[in-house]
Design a protein. Structure first.
Length: 185
């Protein structure tokens, strides 16, 4: 296993910048959802770090639930229009104000299908909170109601985002040097 220093091109967003922006988002969400039945729906696995830091800073009552979707196979770097729910929410969203918590919106295909599915379950509202927005790659029209950072079209890792499932634990968002990164067996 390589250590990340071997293929890190640059730290795109450092820990302090991430944490301070997450604090701002949490304050905004706490204001907007005051008095509402807020449910955070986190998309596994990339959204987990963001979710836990975000919820620690929310000052209003809320519940959390998880779902997982597979948009593309291991090693692939672009999602297709087809996404499959591999783990569904365990609780009803009927009448709830659902906020989808994602690590990154890239083509937008994943989140667009998830929104479409959830809307059939009669929630009060469904909105999107994404830490990162790789806006240049957008294919599906998705409004990002709460966006942490717009980023350029580079493959990033850390803070929940993986490289072949590893390196999610790093506290910052880094850019990969593709010519230096060796995928695990
Ligand atoms: P989309 O359907 O193209 O918007 O893909 C979104 C999903 O692709 C995210 O939830 C991530 O899991 C993954 N993804 C997209 N870009 C990156 C990246 O730069 N690093 C790591 N994962 C990424
Ligand atoms: Mg991923």
């Amino acid at each position: 296993m390589q250590s990340y220093q071997e293929f890190l091109q640059e730290v795109l967003i450092d820990e302090e910048t991430l944490q301070s922006r997450i604090g701002e988002l949490a304050a905004e969400i706490s204001r907007d959802y005051e008095g509402k039945p807020l449910m955070l729906a986190c998309i596994l696995r990339g959204g987990v770090m963001f979710l836990t830091d975000l919820m620690r800073r929310l000052t209003i009552p809320h519940t959390v639930d998880f779902m997982a979707v597979s948009s593309y196979g291991a090693g692939a770097r672009h999602s297709s229009g087809q996404v499959r729910i591999t783990l569904d929410l365990q609780t009803s969203i009927e009448g709830k104000d659902v906020l989808l918590v994602e690590d990154i919106i890239d083509s937008g295909n994943t989140i667009a299908s998830v929104i479409q599915l959830l809307k059939t379950r009669e929630p009060q509202s469904v909105r999107v909170c994404s830490l990162l927005d790789k806006f240049e790659r957008r294919e599906a029209l998705v409004p990002i109601d709460y966006c942490g950072f717009k980023i350029p079209n580079k493959f990033v890792f850390g803070y929940g985002l993986d490289l072949d499932e590893y390196y999610r634990n790093l506290p910052f968002i880094g850019v990969v040097r593709p010519d230096r990164y060796i995928p695990p067996e």
